[in-house]
Design a protein. Sequence first.
Length: 131
Amino acid sequence: EGGDAAPQRYKEDPMRISTPTVVAFAPDAIDPKDVTPATDDDGTLRMIDGAPVYLLRGVMVRDADGRTIKSSTVRVRTAPTTPIPPLTALRCVDCMLTPWVRDGRVALSVRADHVEIAAPNAARHQAVDHE
């Protein structure tokens, strides 16, 4: 308890949130040829609905105020086919969000159909005013 390095996921009934888009940020360039199917710690392919998902290494999710959620992962069903430049705002499309706990902090896993390059400054201007 508390000392495990492995993520502590919700065991019984994980909270999953479906949303059409999530804003993310790629601090480093992503070359499509470097994007490979995601695997578990034992090397087993991660499959969703019988198809592999692809981990986008280094991509970070942004909250509604544009702040980076440091403990976040982004996986997509359709891998990027064109290079993504460094310092690029991304839009994750058709997403399922799963919060979990790592080292006592809430983390977020995003599974999306695909990512798109967002409009300039999208990561900064994503907050919605509901007043």
